[in-house]
Write a protein that binds this ligand. Structure first.
Ligand code: PEP
Ligand code: MN
Length: 339
């Protein structure tokens, strides 16, 4: 349930309600808004005497939370969440649209430095690149691992870009968090609950990709795991889902972006690279994603896609990225936003 405090409630009065919530064995999640505080009380509510809480000083009203995901829901928090990332603390989820770009995988020092520089020049705010790669085949390149993380950190130092990189398991989460600005949890791991809980204990934002066959509720409940474990900084990323279509690697449902904005205050990104699987579809779907009010896009970029170790077919070149950026800027402007 949500306890809505009256405007002007003091810290002590909020604290008093929190103490009552704890007395009932529930967990409190206070949200301090500009004019009033609301406190979400999460847990088994069967034994709660709502009247007792309602009578506490400066409590306005108590409302049930209907969505199964509670902290992620717009029922609990109406204002959009902004999540600051990287050395420049770029706010993802605000008026400015976040463009994140980089290779599928970190392949070598030369490769990542070269692409990072192109990504910076194009005006993106973050560099992506996998050091730990979830590959369908065990015989495929699995990533440079810690060496890749070190190269990403070096690329951040050279460019000032934030670093977004995937964490695949609980065993490596502390190591990845040491180097990354944003921890990516991939589609295949969206329902890896121990990993979600571990990500909830890390003080870095998490980019949570949609599972290949997950519904929005399942995805938001996965985000809820991270928030409930203590990390409110979750960015969602639509990366396409498995359907019967085979002209694309995945089907990219952009209506999900608009629907998510109704259901959740968390920022929503789109990945048109994995969402289509073809470089020639990346620019049109990037434009569409911005028009559909995505808070950002994450793109695979490679200076030599033909020789990329992974996902070359869906990687655009630095030249294509540089051409795309001003177009995205115009679309953003048309809907009152900015790239
Ligand atoms: C990736 O971003 O490189 C990746 C593996 O994406 P996904 O988890 O969406 O397949
Ligand atoms: Mn990839």
């Amino acid at each position: 349930m949500i306890i809505v405090m009256k405007p002007g409630a003091t810290k002590e009065q909020v604290q008093h309600v929190i103490a009552l919530i704890r007395d009932y064995g529930l967990k409190e999640h206070p949200i301090y808004g500009t004019d009033r505080t609301v406190i979400a009380a999460i847990g088994d509510k069967r034994a709660v005497d709502k009247g007792a809480i309602e009578n506490a000083p400066m409590v306005d009203r108590i409302m049930p939370i209907l969505a199964p995901y509670k902290m992620a829901s717009t029922e609990v928090k109406k204002e959009r969440t902004q999540i600051k990332i990287g050395p420049k603390q770029f706010p993802v989820g605000g008026r400015k649209i976040a463009i994140i770009a980089g290779p599928c995988a970190v392949e070598s020092k030369e490769q990542i430095f070269r692409i990072a520089e192109a990504v910076r020049q194009a005006g993106a705010i973050a560099l992506r690149g996998g050091a730990y790669k979830p590959r369908t085949s065990p015989y495929s390149f699995q990533g440079l691992r810690e060496e890749g993380l070190k190269l990403l950190a070096e690329a951040r130092k050279r460019t000032g870009l934030a670093v977004v990189t995937e964490v695949m398991g609980v065993d490596t989460i502390d190591l990845v968090a040491e180097y990354a600005d944003v921890l990516q949890i991939g589609a295949r791991n969206m329902q890896n609950y121990p990993l979600l809980e571990a990500a909830g204990k890390v003080e870095k934002p998490v980019l949570l990709k949609r599972g290949l066959s997950s519904q929005l509720d399942e995805w938001l409940l996965a985000a809820e795991y991270i928030i409930n474990a203590g990390n409110p900084n979750v960015i969602l990323c639509e990366r396409g889902i498995r359907t019967y279509e085979d002209y694309v690697r995945n089907t990219l449902p952009l209506a999900a972006v608009a629907e998510l904005h109704r259901r959740t205050h968390l920022p929503v990104l789109v990945d048109p690279s994995h969402g289509t699987g073809h470089a020639y579809l990346v620019a049109p779907m990037s434009r569409a994603a911005i028009a559909a009010e995505a808070d950002g896009i994450i793109l695979e970029v490679h200076h030599d896609p033909e020789h990329a170790i992974s996902d070359g077919a869906q990687s655009i070149t630095p030249v294509a990225l540089a051409r795309l950026m001003p177009v995205l800027g115009k679309i953003a402007q048309a809907i009152g936003r900015e790239v």
